[in-house]
Ligand binder design. Structure first.
Ligand SMILES: [Zn+2]
Ligand SMILES: [Zn+2]
Length: 256
């Protein structure tokens, strides 16, 4: 059955193709995206500051410096990113209503084991897209014009996680609707993935290594990108382009 023949769905009784519903929802979703970023980043940043103040963590990557003006710039850029991510969220809702996505609301539609598997597949596809997008963004003209906005933060903070040039935010956002047009995902899995995306961006920028340091856990540090890995990218710009996993950096010999 083609998408045109499908009956129009609603989400919780709302028809997002109606302009007034779309407009109100857009304001709400942008606010929620920004508040989620602000609360998570703020809490994480506060924890890092506390550890730094107590001077008792070997996991801190950066020396103390005045970050007030940097954070102010990051918050302004992040508010624009939140609007772009909010617009993308609305696009996803409308695509879902029109039947163009593979998102399903009844988790029993697929076996339960598929829920975490779909999240892992999403993260692997996103990682593939981001690695090559990131490599391209480091070509000199694109770096100068767009990606340098993110790299203005050399000593990153939790607030750097959404701090991008609007063009870069848009390029990062388009992958979500693209993937869910082809990959079946439950709505729950989509929400978990969105949360993981935000959390991972905060973890990678906050200047605090959170993954276990022991030898027994070296496989985590070897394969999953954390603060130490991404910090190296902000310091030298020529290595460590991955997002969630180190596979692409290893295969393309760009890992430091
Ligand atoms: Zn970064
Ligand atoms: Zn970069």
């Amino acid at each position: 059955m083609s998408a045109e023949q499908l009956p129009l769905r609603t989400v919780a009784g709302f028809d997002f193709t109606q302009p007034p519903v779309f407009a109100v929802s857009l304001v709400l979703i942008c606010t929620v995206v920004f508040l989620r970023y602000l609360i998570l980043s703020g809490a994480y940043h506060f924890m890092v500051l506390k550890l730094r103040k107590n001077g008792n963590s070997k996991r801190l990557l950066l020396s103390h410096h005045n970050m007030r003006s940097q954070i102010r710039r990051e918050l302004i850029l992040s508010s624009v990113s939140a609007v772009i991510f909010g617009v993308t969220g609305m696009v996803v809702l409308v695509l879902y209503q029109l039947g163009y996505t593979k998102v399903y609301t009844d988790v029993r539609e697929y076996p339960l084991w598929y829920l975490p598997v779909s999240i892992v597949i999403y993260l692997l596809l996103h990682d593939l897209y981001y690695y090559w997008l990131h490599r391209w963004m480091h070509s000199s003209a694109v770096l100068r014009r767009f990606h340098m906005t993110h790299h203005q933060s050399v000593r990153t903070t939790a607030f750097t996680s959404f701090s991008f040039h609007p063009v870069e935010s848009l390029l990062q956002a388009v992958i979500l609707p693209l993937i869910i047009m082809f990959l079946p995902m439950s709505l729950t899995a989509v929400f978990i993935t969105l949360f993981l995306m935000t959390l991972s961006a905060i973890i990678n920028h906050a200047g605090l290594e959170i993954y276990p340091l022991g030898k027994r856990f070296s496989f985590i540090r070897k394969n999953v990108i954390g603060a130490t890995h991404h910090d190296q990218h902000h310091r030298n710009l020529k290595k460590n382009f991955g997002l969630y996993f180190t596979f692409w950096d290893r295969w393309m010999k760009t890992e430091k």
